[in-house]
Ligand binder design. Sequence first.
Ligand code: SF4
Length: 666
Amino acid sequence: MSICKDDKKVDTNEDLFLKVQDFFDRIEESKYLQYRDGQRNMAYSVVDAIENKQILLIEAGVGIGKSYAYLIPLIQSIKNNEQFEGVIIATSTIALQEQLMNDVHKVAEMLELDSINVVLAKGKNNYICRKRLNDFLTTTGNEKYRYILDEVLKKESIDRKDFEEISDKLWKNFNVRTCSQMACPYYADCKLTHERPNYKDAKIIITNQDLFIQDLKKEEKERLFQGNRTVVIDEAHNLEDKTRNAYVLAMDKRYIESLLYRLYSSVSDYTENYLPPQQILEQLTNLFVTLRSSAKNEIRKTEGSIDNYFDYSRVNFQCNKRVEEAIKQLIISIEKILQEIQKRSTMDYYKIDKKAFKELECVKSIMEDILLKEKSKNIYWIDFADARGNYINLTYAPKKIDELSSKLLSGIHAGVILTSATLSSGKDNYHYYSSSIGLDQIVGKTVLKDFSQPSPYNYEENTILYCPQNISSPKNREEYLTDTVQEIRNLIEITEGKTLVLFTSKSDMNYVYEQINRNYFPFKIYLQRDNIDVKKLKETFEKDITSCLFATGTFYEGIDIKGESLSQVIIPKLPFPIVDPVVDYKASQYRDGFLEVYLPEMITKLKQGTGRAVRSETDTAVISILDSRIHDYNLKYNNLIFESLPFTHITNDIEEVKSFVNKKIK
Ligand code: SF4
């Protein structure tokens, strides 16, 4: 059924539903799609979310084709309803964004839509900044990089995708960070500022979650992405982190010093050199030295398990007596300086640097907030800026991310689809995810939690989950590492390479790598070293069929390899979050923080990691979890872990693994 309003054809819920139903009934005619129940069911739920402006939470198992499941009803709406204001799809990875650009055109073709206006809105760090490039060339004086500028001029492109030969490490020297706009000498012909696609006319905008959230935080009229567009957050398991990132702020010693110098110089005249008092500069040094040693003490509590500060992206610090004293002294000095500067600035020949003044006031209020400890409004942590842990940033974010996220989502005046392969922790249990992003606090919108559309892949036949029992617990580090080296070596030999090993710590990874390579080992192992070009590393591992890859962190979700070269995933240790003030704070809000926070965090990550094993219908794989705690049935979490994973063929017998590999993989 369709009705006419202002002479325009408008879909009703039933009309859109029937069209989507008809599409799936005729799916055999499609050259791009194979029929899948899960995809059809998900598409129907998306119809409801679009038409009733609901928030839909839906986990989509690997292989159901979730992109098509939301694109089909969305593009059908674009085709049939002129009043439909379009779509924003926000994902976490460029790879998925580029894939979606192709998928949009395929779905448009299947739905017999002649053309569709779709734009890719990448984050600005994907473009070259001419100003930074020029500064880089001048400071390095290295002629071997001059070709990049020539290429920029020749290709007339500043897009990362046109400079694939440049490593990520090199790219970071001249990509866009902050833009000085009209103050920049290249502003007049800067491609970034003048040639960004016209988002207003686009029916579909594909972007990343960071850019989308930053934009959503702005006043409506200042937004890059205007209109009441239906929103899809794909890879929505990252939404909480991305929302927090949008509110994270950091300061270091140099930043506060520079504020002081700016302020003093703004009220200086030709007759004197008015400089910040030595005392406050010393207090600042003292505070940051104290913070650094407090953070290092936190790390030492896990002594033996680290040798590199980069194992920790966030390190808690205790507001102990020394930190407290250092902060109190600094607050008194800042207060005095602010008063003094204000007094001096009343003499009309001084033009106070108002921005620096405000920022220093803000530094003071942050210091005051830290002293409130449990009652502070922010979570504070230390980031180490170098591998030796010599330079630190004091970083902070609001505690109530769930409230902020809920407010942002409530402000979207159209349907919102939140989807990913890993949203639940436990069978059909969205509780942890929903409360983390404040879905229970949404106002003015219905939240529909649709249970997981399971993967169509035959896990029973095509996979085996191996969890050895006679392996030392990670609590006994030395024995555990010795056993782990042995197990990993054996398992790699069984599958003849083709293995991805996902570690939770770089020090464990480096140790196991060195031990295995001490003697001759017939299979090449690639290691995720610091500053390595991640994209190239993945490609090399995929092409070198019998090779192995040892990795951590983003590789838990950022690697998608179909076929033989990834026939085994090994997880040496259950991926519980390591020292993490954000997770610690969340856990502190519950009576049983382990069960309510640490466990669901770990399960989500474990699902992501083990999910690398099967990426197509024909993939066969061994999944090995070498953490004996999984067998400790006295602990209440074991059942939850096994229930959350799709593997049904589970063994602790290595002979069974060998026979599976002989039958299915070799
Ligand atoms: S206008 Fe902005 S992005 Fe463009 S070159 Fe200048 S600083 Fe870089």
